[in-house]
Ligand binder design. Structure first.
Ligand SMILES: Cc1cc2nc3c(=O)[nH]c(=O)nc-3n(C[C@H](O)[C@H](O)[C@H](O)COP(=O)(O)OP(=O)(O)OC[C@H]3O[C@@H](n4cnc5c(N)ncnc54)[C@H](O)[C@@H]3O)c2cc1C
Length: 352
């Protein structure tokens, strides 16, 4: 028997699509993926700590809400409770894993069926569509929502891994305003448009100190207008011809970077309180190459602006996998909702 909706991916886009599809009685089947070094079920937010910008989650005792909402058998997955208090009250933002467990729970409450497996191949050439899980038989479905996200690229240093969430981040818009970065010199690594954008974003924050833009060459790859913006900014300082050799810290937080010159191999230490890596993202679309139209960076192409339709009939794309511009949890959840509504309309129009 053919499914009505199969959802591939378990970030904000996947769960939002599941909530909408389940509430429309489409009985969705969601593949959440498996643990790999660069990807885990629950998506990119499961790699981070505080999420201060997801609407509906102001500071407070979020844990009490999470524990009374999320099924007990998944409490093992919850991170330790941060202990910050202000005026005698708990003062912490929802943690990435907490937010994602709440989204998953909301989808489960409406009977979404969840499979812990990866989809490794698809056949979108005719109806019913077919998706192939890593284990088990191929699944047939009338519609498929691809919500597999995009993973941030990192430098690949062991010391960078040690200081993730302790001064190393791949998202200035997400993390730049957190208290741990305020009034501290910070480094942005990269030379393209997104690196310049991240540096400018950080430099424009109220409590910004010097923002170093560290680039391996002696000129930026960013567009002329973006370059000028960085070069003219009083708080942005360019560090040319340099690569990060090591992230240094006191165990709790980043304190400096060891830089190596790409010209003469000389080394220097740059004192910073944080490092934002802005060297691009990799969309999780390897299993879809040749099956869906994509842009030159491998992101799925939406056939019509502001609709989630892809080049294959009955296949919709949501979240970061189709968005190389905004890449936020709220925009991903938004397009997840859109994809479920688009699938529902497609099914209604193609009812046998
Ligand atoms: C360090 C960091 C901090 C961030 N902080 C914030 C923040 O504070 N606020 C904010 O709004 N955004 C933040 N973001 C961005 C946010 O995490 C993403 O925009 C969002 O998670 C994208 O959601 P998504 O559903 O499109 O994909 P993802 O969250 O990437 O989820 C996709 C998931 O799909 C699954 N998957 C992938 N391939 C397959 C497959 N073949 N088969 C089955 N499953 C598969 C994987 O489990 C994958 O994790 C942050 C990102 C990072 C890296």
């Amino acid at each position: 028997m053919s499914e009505k909706v199969v959802i591939i991916g378990s970030g904000p886009a996947g769960w939002a699509a599941a909530i909408y599809a389940a509430r429309a009685n489409l009985d969705p089947l969601l593949y959440e993926g498996t643990v790999k070094p660069e990807m885990i079920p629950l998506g990119q937010l499961a790699f981070t700590t505080e999420v201060e910008n997801y609407p509906g989650f102001p500071f407070g005792n979020v844990r009490e809400f999470v524990e009374t909402s999320v099924d007990k058998e998944r409490h093992w997955n919850l991170p330790p409770v941060p202990s910050e208090q202000r005026d005698g009250k708990p003062h912490y933002a929802v943690q990435g894993v907490e937010l994602m467990e709440l989204m998953k729970q909301q989808a489960l409450n409406f009977q979404t069926r969840v499979v812990s497996d990866d989809i490794i191949d698809v056949d979108f050439t005719s109806q019913p569509l077919r998706v192939m899980p890593a284990s088990g038989d191929p699944i047939e479905s009338q519609t498929v929502i691809v919500a597999t996200g995009a993973r941030a690229n990192y430098l690949g240093l062991d010391s960078e891994e040690t200081y993730k969430n302790k001064g190393v981040s791949a998202c200035a818009v997400c993390d730049g305003a957190l208290p741990i970065y305020r009034n501290k010199p910070l480094a942005v690594i990269g030379g393209g448009d997104s690196a310049v954008e991240e540096a400018t974003y950080l430099a424009n924050l109220k409590d910004a100190a010097t923002i170093y833009l560290v680039h391996r060459r002696d000129q930026l790859r960013a567009s002329k207008i973006m370059q000028q913006r960085a070069l003219d900014h009083p708080k942005i300082e360019l560090v040319w011809n340099s690569v990060v050799e090591e992230v240094l810290g006191d165990g709790e937080m980043v304190t400096s970077l060891k830089l190596k010159s790409t010209v003469d191999d000389s080394e220097r230490e740059l004192e910073v309180g944080g490092m934002f890596v802005a060297i691009g993202h990799t969309p999780n679309t390897a299993f879809l190459h040749g099956k869906l139209e994509m842009n030159d960076k491998g992101y799925i192409h939406w056939k019509e602006p502001f609709r989630t339709l892809t080049s294959a009939e009955g296949v919709f794309a949501a979240g970061d996998v189709a968005d190389d511009y905004y890449r936020q949890a709220i925009t991903s959840a938004g397009t997840g909702c859109m994809a479920a509504l688009d699938a529902e309309r497609y099914l209604a129009a193609h009812e046998a």
